[in-house]
Design a protein around this ligand. Sequence first.
Ligand SMILES: [Zn+2]
Length: 259
Amino acid sequence: MYLCFVDESGTHGSSPVLVVGGIIVHEEDAWHLQQRLDSFLFNKLHPLGHDHTGFELHATELRRGTKQWASVGQDDRHRILAGAYGALAGYAPVNPALPWRLIGAVMERDPGRQQLRAYELVTKKFDDFVDRMSRGGQQQRGLIVHDRSSVEGRLQDWTNRWRVASSSLGRLRNLADVPLFADSRATRALQAADLVAYALYRYYSRPGGRHDERYIRRLWPQFDAEDGRMHGLIHDNSNFHRCGCPACTSRRHRLRRQN
Ligand SMILES: [Zn+2]
C-alpha cells in the first residue's frame, strides 16, 4: 500500500496562493522515513540540551520560533529547518522499485473553489500514481492521511468537501478508503508533508514572480514525473504560458508535443 501524507499552506486570508502538498511513501518506508527525520532532529537538538521528542518539524513554527521552538535560538532554528529539507531530500526508499514521491497543487487565490479544486487535483494525481505503480507489478492501493490540526473545527466540513471533490473526479480506482486524519505531533511523516507544503508556499507566494527557492530547490527532483513529464505538481494559474516554474514548463512542453 502507498500512503499519501498531506498538509496545507497559505490558508490565511492574505495569502496569494493556496497550497496542498504531500509526500507519497510505500508502507514499508513510512517507519524508516520517520526514523530518519527523528534521528536528524535528535542530532540537532540533543547537543543544545533539548529533548527532541517534544519538538515538531513544523516550518512556520521553526521560522518564527513559536511553541517549543521558542527555547531555541534563531540561527539554530534556521539551520535546523534547512537541514530538515536535506534530510528529507536524501531519503532512499527500502525498495528502489517502490519509490517515494512528492505531490502538490498550487492554486491562485479564488476562495470560492480553490481548496476543493486543490484536493481534487492531489487526490486524482495520487490515484494515478498508485495506478502506474500497480502496472506490471504487484497491485497497490492508496490511502490519504491528513493533518488533523489543520482542519480542526471543520472536520465534518472538510470530509463533506472531499466527498464532493472525489465524486467529481469519476471513479477513483486505487484508493482504499476516505482520507484518514492523524495528529501531526504523533507522526513525522505528516511533518514532512508540512515541509513540502511550506516549501511550495515560499516559492509560489512571492509577488512579482520573484521566487524563494531555498527550501523547494532540493525537493524538485522528487516530484512525481514520468518520461520528463511532471505529474506530481500542478500550478493552477491564469498565466501559465509565461510562468517559469517546473510544473508550467513541463505542461507547455507537453502541449507543444501534442500539437
Ligand atoms: Zn507555474
